[in-house]
Design a binder for this molecule. Sequence first.
Ligand SMILES: Cc1ncc(C[n+]2csc(CCOP(=O)(O)OP(=O)(O)O)c2C)c(N)n1
Ligand code: SF4
Ligand SMILES: [Mg+2]
Length: 347
Amino acid sequence: MATPASPAAPRTNRLGLAVLDYRGGKTTLCAGCGHNAISERILEAFFDMGVLPERVAKFSGIGCSSKSPAYFMSRSHAFNAVHGRMPSVATGAVLANRTLLALGVSGDGDTASIGIGQFVHLMRRNLPIVYVVEDNGVYGLTKGQFSATADLGSKLKTGVANELPPIDTCALAVQLGATFVGRSFSGDKKQLSAMLKAAVAHRGTAMLDVVSPCVTFNDHEGSTKSYAYMKDHDAPLQELSFIPAFEDITVEYDPGTTTDVTMHDGSHLRLRKLEEGYDPSDRVKAVARLMESARTGEVLTGVLFVDPKAPSFVDALGLTDGPLATLPEARVRPPRAALDEIVEALR
Ligand SMILES: Cc1ncc(C[n+]2csc(CCOP(=O)(O)OP(=O)(O)O)c2C)c(N)n1
Ligand code: SF4
Ligand SMILES: [Mg+2]
């Protein structure tokens, strides 16, 4: 008699961890919400990259999007900040402990409405952080008011039209100096996964604006952040593939149409151009191309800008390698002679 097959062992990553080790609490968001799909892509990216969950610090503000870090990677550190104030909390944490891998999850309201002041300063500092904006064009948590990323003329379910022009978080981030800027769609598994992995490998600010439809308040006809609109207007700039440093480069390479970006850790982000002449290292053209796409109503997705060589904020500040909390007293307290010198100078 044949012996019954034993259940297959779960797939593990290079740390020997299973996907289960990257899971979080059960989601309380609406079924079909784009944010749930983004949570899945985030945990898969960290699993595939073999990042120890305990090395990751998750930061968020307030909103359905900002609740989502509770639904992945329970073993990581987490801080749910005040609405729109996540960047300053994340900045403090990263400066105090540069060994952490920071992940910020925000919403379009949290980032572009109440949090715009914090967002713009984060973008110009090049703090090492993966900053994801889950962009649905509305305040989902407070029942669907327009946010600052809602397109001009976009309609609420009641038929009310938005009369204000949108803030494009990507154009703003590129213009302010962010060193990795991309836009994706919660429904595009392949593109979003590659972009998240490259963002994790990047040592600087990686800002990803991910169109993430709110099925309850903004997925109707007339909305430009709906599944249907994205299906018809998504204009990908490249086909992306990401090869981590620990894998051999086996993907075929066609130099005429492909740009290969080497990330800090030796990983490769491969961009197979779909649009003739698009150069992701040119800030001016990236902003121009985003403005052009806004005019035509298409949603440009892919890596809009990348500069893997710019010094990060922690490098520029010359911080110590270890967490500040672990520094011995002898390194943080000035010696008696130094204090005496200061007191003497003030006499
Ligand atoms: C200081 C402050 N002002 C206003 C609110 C109310 N509020 C909670 S969430 C939210 C908007 C969230 O929108 P978004 O960031 O787009 O997240 P979503 O729910 O759409 O994912 C607002 C205005 C608040 N919690 N705190
Ligand atoms: S209200 Fe909208 S954003 Fe919030 S969980 Fe539901 S679908 Fe998602
Ligand atoms: Mg929103």
